[in-house]
Design a protein around this ligand. Structure first.
Ligand SMILES: *[C@@H]1O[C@H](CO)[C@@H](O)[C@H](O)[C@H]1NC(C)=O
Ligand SMILES: *[C@@H]1O[C@H](CO)[C@@H](O)[C@H](O)[C@H]1NC(C)=O
Ligand SMILES: *[C@@H]1O[C@H](CO)[C@@H](O)[C@H](O)[C@H]1NC(C)=O
Ligand SMILES: *[C@@H]1O[C@H](CO)[C@@H](O)[C@H](O)[C@H]1NC(C)=O
Length: 590
């Protein structure tokens, strides 16, 4: 995805701003990785009014100005022409890291950022800007400077699907930074993720230089506009909806098997397939063809139910002649290799072993749970989708390679810093890089292959929306249906703060972007509106009752094997977790 970076030194003290210049350079480098196609910087200075008090104290001193620096890097995925960021016209400036999939008509040859820029430039008030943002659907993080009002806006979509980090001025680091990604921990900044439940703006026009406490001055001009509280006309994509709290009827029957959709689930199953299909379609159509003959789409593919159903639906919307890459990652985890839970060394094959044995050896080393289900599932897809070439990309990560990437991945994760952040981030980092091998058929040996697809589909979100976690079952055991409803509400509320920002920072570092069909606001609203017993049934066993609606949908589409696979977290399925020892996932890394 694109990288955006905005900075301003708010102090008139030269040495404070010297530190900023160094930080600008490293953060631009980091953001350039996200948008390898074009980069640009725009400086814009705004004269600041002096307060009456300061005029008295320092009369004769030079007029102060605030220099805003805007940087954008572009990963080209929309429209027929190359767009260079930041978008710029008459002093209005937009840094856009996002995709508009719905709410605003974008033709195949148009660029969504340019179109949004036209819309934003024509508006005046913060409320109008909020309304405009509430009318579009898609992942985004953006910064927009509106010259007439001297407002610098910044915001993310309500679900927080794109990374945005903010550093607020402090006395030792008196500058303002917004960036898609950090350069790891650094004494010159403290990055956090801003809330997605508001849009923010700096009311630079009202800035009065008080001279004594610049940090205080700054805090006075930083304003927030909560998405949910203000009255507004456009509402469709404004906020995350609430979960339906209707309890099931007392006589709710148990579904007998996945083979027959019970009467009470029929219309919901059909509607769910329709909505998920539309979400996938909006995310796979119109991807520009950059290298001819190469796949444009890849899927983070474990062979589980979530990644399989979106893969199958993507197949329905892409020409049959276009191969699709299925990225399947496996880690060499010395603690998992049989008979050894202590050491890190592994047996090297003796020099005289044949190639065949070498392959077998490799095969065993990377025989992780997700590899096994992935290989089974790709066969099911091949049966169901004759004529399509599926490139099942075995991404094998040797222990040493994983160790040497660790520092890079830890830097990308910031501010994420737990053991679980790292094991997930490593899995996503290597999977999305797409370097591995494919096999023409199971009889052939592997050949090296690198996926160059820039768009990666990710099946994240179904567990949160449809009740796929073990904790939903536990909630039922302790508090019946009401507890499950409460748990699903919590789950939904947590989506923006959990890990989407981290995942975006990690994956985008390869100049690729991830798209989440389950996390479109229309699909989220639809699923939230369904009563709980339509989505799941905690009385039924795992592999059936958890995210039951998805299982029926999968079965109806013909994905029989996928429909009853049990949930497996990526870090365990790929063996990226517990590489060096048993540590709890929520513990901070040293
Ligand atoms: C923007 O300003 C910085 C100094 O703050 C300068 O180094 C840089 O060259 C300027 N860039 C442009 C494009 O004017
Ligand atoms: C920005 O707005 C000011 C008035 O507020 C105007 O004087 C200036 O020309 C505008 N900048 C540009 C580049 O158009
Ligand atoms: C197990 O780990 C130890 C310690 O690193 C090592 O010396 C030994 O060779 C390993 N054993 C196997 C079977 O890999
Ligand atoms: C919740 O589900 C019930 C039962 O299907 C339905 O009648 C009601 O309209 C739903 N409520 C909302 C807010 O969607």
């Amino acid at each position: 995805m694109c990288g955006i970076f905005v900075s301003a030194c708010i102090s008139s003290d030269k040495s404070s701003c010297a530190q900023l210049e160094e930080i600008q350079a490293v953060l631009k480098d980091q953001n350039a990785q996200r948008g390898p196609d074009a980069q640009n910087t725009v400086n814009f200075s705004i004269p600041l009014d002096k307060s009456a008090k300061e005029t008295l104290l320092v009369s004769g001193s030079k007029e102060r100005e605030l220099v805003l620096q805007f940087y954008g890097s572009e990963l080209r995925l929309r429209g027929s022409r190359q767009v260079i960021q930041p978008h710029l016209r008459d002093g209005d400036i937009l840094c856009w890291n996002g995709e508009i999939f719905d709410g605003l008509q974008i033709e195949a040859d148009e660029n969504d950022g340019s179109k949004l820029f036209d819309m934003l430039c024509s508006l005046e008030t913060p409320q109008q800007i909020l309304d405009a943002l509430s009318s579009i659907e898609g992942p985004y993080a953006m910064a927009f400077f509106h010259n007439r009002s001297k407002h610098l806006y910044f915001a993310q979509d309500p679900l927080g699907r794109r990374s945005l980090l903010i550093h607020l001025p402090r006395s030792k680091s008196p500058y303002f930074l917004l960036s898609s990604v950090s350069a790891g921990t650094h004494p010159g900044y403290v990055f956090e993720e801003p809330s997605t439940s508001s849009i923010f703006y700096l009311d630079i026009g009202s800035w009065r230089v008080q001279k004594y406490d610049i940090v205080d001055d700054f805090n006075r001009v930083l304003k927030s506009l909560p998405r949910g509280l203000t009255p507004t006309t456009a509402t469709e994509f404004k906020i995350i909806p609430n979960v339906n709290r209707t309890l099931p009827p007392d006589d709710i029957t148990l579904a007998a098997s996945l083979d027959i959709v019970p009467e009470y689930l029929r219309s919901s199953t059909d509607e769910f397939i329709k909505q998920l299909d539309r979400s996938v379609k909006l995310r796979v159509q119109n991807i520009p063809q950059l290298a001819s003959g190469k796949p444009k789409l890849a899927v983070l593919f474990s062979g589980g139910i979530d990644s399989t159903i979106i893969t199958y639906l993507a197949h329905r919307h892409l020409p049959l002649s276009e191969p699709i890459d299925l990225l399947n990652v496996a880690f060499e985890n010395p603690r998992k290799i049989k008979g050894n839970v202590t050491g890190v060394s592994r047996k090297r094959p003796a020099k005289d072993k044949t190639l065949e044995v070498l392959h077998n050896d490799d095969f065993k080393r990377y025989k992780v749970p997700d590899r096994m289900t992935g290989m089974d599932e790709v066969e099911e897809l091949r049966r169901l989708c004759p004529g399509r070439i599926w490139n099942f990309v075995e991404v094998n990560v040797p222990y040493e390679v994983c160790q040497s990437a660790r520092a890079t991945v830890e830097a990308l994760m910031v501010p994420g810093r737990t053991v679980m952040d790292l094991s997930l981030a490593l899995a996503l980092y290597f999977a999305s890089r797409g370097q591995g091998q494919i096999r023409k058929s199971s009889d052939f040996g592997p050949t090296p292959y690198t996926s160059e697809a820039r768009v990666l589909l990710n099946g994240l979100g179904s567990d949160e929306l449809l009740g796929g976690y073990g904790r939903h079952r536990t909630a039922f055991e302790t508090g019946q249906w009401l507890a499950v409803i409460n748990e699903l509400q919590l789950e939904l509320d947590r989506i923006p703060t959990r890990n989407l920002g981290r995942d975006d920072r990690v994956i985008s570092s390869h100049g690729k972007e991830t798209r989440h069909p389950f996390l479109s606001l229309s699909l989220v609203s639809f699923l939230a509106s369904l009563p709980i017993h339509v989505k799941m049934d905690p009385r039924l066993p795992p592999g059936f009752g958890d995210k039951m609606l998805l299982r029926f949908a999968c079965r109806q589409l013909g994905l029989v094997e996928a429909s009853s696979r049990k949930k497996r977290a990526m870090q365990f399925g790929s063996h990226s977790a517990r590489m060096d020892g048993e540590r709890r996932g929520d513990v901070a890394l040293e």
